[in-house]
Design a binder for this molecule. Sequence first.
Ligand code: TYD
Length: 207
Amino acid sequence: MKGKFITFEGCDGCGKSTQLKMLSDYLTEKGIPHVFTREPGGGKISEAIREILLNGKNAEMTDECEALLYAAARVQHLHDKVAPALAEGKLVICDRYVDSSLAYQAHARGLGEDFVRKINAYALENYLPDATVFIDLTPADAFKRKHGADENDRLEQAGMRFHERVYEGFDLTAKAEPNRFIRIDGKQTPLQIFEQVIIALKEKNCL
Ligand code: TYD
């Protein structure tokens, strides 16, 4: 039987890593066979592409090149890691996936959904997640949580606007695909969030 494919999405600082760690511990404790992976990356070639993408020295990269590299890393990652694990019936949990490209490249960079959907057609048509957990925390709330409420206005405005557009992108996709998305209020405590993640994943027959 083919395994289930679950992705986690959200803005920077939304608490995704904490949830992934809690889920990893839970699955190990329950003895549920699973594979954790991340994008961009998750394999030799896709990690090499990650290094190009996240290297500060490549700041002159065009938005189009960036989007294509994310899509290229994704195809390789699906081939190397995701597809084999799903074929073995394992649960695959991926930290970020194609919805990040829709939020960051299509929406925040402004490349548009058509372009980003087209270059990600392989992933969208063959490996659409069974469930996508969206930790819903606005960039302003994420920043407040990290640095305290008073410092909010010291944020660099262009940076903040970019992250707001990322959030809008996630919000739009989550609204457009309510059956696939599990939206969880990220302002709650990690434990509250985790309990809701588990309930929702069970409801979607992913656990
Ligand atoms: P990472 O350090 O893994 O960040 P996080 O812990 O927030 O996931 O870096 C991944 C960065 O890549 C993150 O800023 C989001 C971005 N990204 C895209 O812009 N498009 C994509 O398709 C993916 C998968 C990630």
